[in-house]
Design a protein around this ligand. Structure first.
Ligand code: ADP
Ligand code: MG
Length: 238
């Protein structure tokens, strides 16, 4: 696993600025939850860390390496989206092993990695199924399995549970928490859901207006919100 450092990162689309200089240190093994109103740049920040979007200014480091110029596949980061983005023509096992096959990993090693991930996520009996034969929760598990098989340095989650019903969300929340405990994986997790933020986060990062408004433990933000925006999100009177 690895730390992630975001240093003075700015982003504009054309001449429209979205991020005005974001600084954030994510410790090795830490679970960061990123919250903020729709359109404030959460997905853009994750996409820049993953290398799917250029940085307009500033530096992103993974471990001690600046990655601004590295292609996504060389950053060793896994991203889990809200739309499961599974390959419809591949069964569960092949969906999970795709990134390993792409990297020409030995067949035996691929088999072991898929088996281990399937075991962690309760997918053992579903490996031969196509995505269309799975429930929403099962698909989201496969998406997570796909992320964990190659033991990346960090996980980026972009509202991964927002398409699921409340009961499944709760179940998957517990699973993600357990997975994080097991793997000790450095994670940045974007959500709208206060309960997810409060239960999953080592630290919460509240973003608004293109800048970070506050970083702290769930209790810090609850007890001492820096401003009305943070207070409104956490739901405690300022
Ligand atoms: P969030 O995930 O917090 O809802 P986004 O990162 O998706 O916000 O978007 C931040 C802002 O950047 C929005 O105003 C959005 O319209 C704009 N934006 C995102 N991607 C692009 C793009 N590829 N081209 C132009 N504008 C974009
Ligand atoms: Mg988004």
């Amino acid at each position: 696993m690895a730390s992630i450092a975001i240093e003075g990162v700015r982003k504009s689309f054309g001449n429209v600025p979205v991020l005005h200089g974001v600084d954030l240190d994510v410790r090795d093994g830490e679970f960061i939850v990123l919250v903020g109103p729709s359109g404030c740049g959460k997905s853009t920040l994750l996409r820049m860390i993953a290398g799917l979007e250029d940085v307009s200014d500033g530096t992103i480091r993974i471990g001690d390496r600046a990655v601004n110029d590295l292609a996504p596949k060389d950053r060793d980061i896994a991203m889990v989206f809200q739309s499961y983005a599974l390959y419809p023509h591949m069964n569960v096992a092949n969906n999970m092993s795709y990134s390993l096959r792409l990297r020409k990993t030995a067949k035996e090693k691929i088999g072991q990695a898929v088996e281990a991930a399937a075991g962690k996520l309760g997918l053992e009996t579903l490996l031969a199924r196509r995505p269309k034969a799975l429930s929403g929760g099962q698909r989201q598990r496969v998406a997570m399995g796909r992320a964990i098989v190659r033991q990346p340095k960090a996980f980026l989650f972009d509202e991964p549970l927002s398409n699921l019903d409340a009961r499944l969300r709760e179940q998957m929340r517990a699973e993600i928490k357990r997975m994080h405990g097991d793997l000790g994986a450095t994670s940045i997790y974007v959500t709208h859901d206060q309960i997810e933020a409060m239960t999953l986060a080592d630290r919460i990062v509240a973003m608004h207006g293109g800048v970070v408004q506050q970083v702290g433990s769930p209790l810090d933000l609850y007890d001492r919100p820096a401003n009305l925006f943070v207070a409104g999100f956490i739901g405690s009177p300022a």
